[in-house]
Design a protein around this ligand. Structure first.
Ligand code: NI
Length: 197
């Protein structure tokens, strides 16, 4: 991933070719796997100083939408979560709140470390309310995600590292990657539970 980003997102000589390749990927025929969430995101995203940040904001948006979509299917089917002491899995509501809250907290963390204004993301609805409000709250989170890192330049991404909420040290780039992976991992879990993995 690191290798790919350096050579894909940062190479000015390759910009035209990469843009064309990205467009070729984005215009796969409707209904083919992996297109609809990204198409919606790309219409909304707008200008960024860093192509790397733009790519990760788009990927985060795609995978948070996929998570909420999958989670909604799990709620509709009353999927049973594994029995565990981890409060994240206390209920599907708790799981939805966990993933959407993490998207908020990751962006607050990045803005704080970059000395940017607080992104202004309101606290997630509680585990009961999120079953009604997940999509509305997700749109709010994604709107703030799209707006908050537009001016960040590439030289802020890889150094320094800062302790995360869970103390592991992350640079901004690795926190953006973490924020993309987190909903992907929870989507994977839910799909396995529903027998689609
Ligand atoms: Ni998690």
């Amino acid at each position: 991933m690191d290798h790919e980003r350096r050579h894909v997102d940062r190479a000015p000589d390759d910009a035209g070719r990469i843009t064309k390749r990205a467009r070729d990927i984005a215009v796969r025929k409707p209904g083919s796997p992996g297109t609809s969430f990204m198409d919606e995101s790309q219409r909304l995203v707008g200008p960024y100083r860093s192509r790397a940040v733009r790519a990760l904001v788009l990927l985060h948006e795609e995978h948070l939408r996929r998570f909420v979509h999958t989670w909604r299917v799990a709620v509709a089917n009353s999927v049973t979560l594994p029995a565990t002491d981890n409060p994240v899995y206390a209920s599907l509501g708790a799981l939805g709140q966990h993933v959407l809250s993490a998207a908020r907290e990751d962006m607050i963390w990045m803005c704080e470390k970059l000395a940017l204004p607080d992104p202004g993301i309101r606290t997630a609805p509680d585990a009961a309310a999120i079953v009604r409000e997940a999509e509305d709250y997700m749109e709010h989170v994604l709107e703030r995600w799209r707006a908050s890192l537009r001016e960040v330049s590439d030289d802020r991404l890889e150094a320094p590292e800062y302790p995360s909420r869970w103390q592991t040290r992350y640079c901004i780039d690795s926190m953006l990657e973490h924020a993309v992976m987190h909903p992907m991992r929870h989507t994977f879990q839910l799909e396995e539970l529903m027998g689609e993995g």
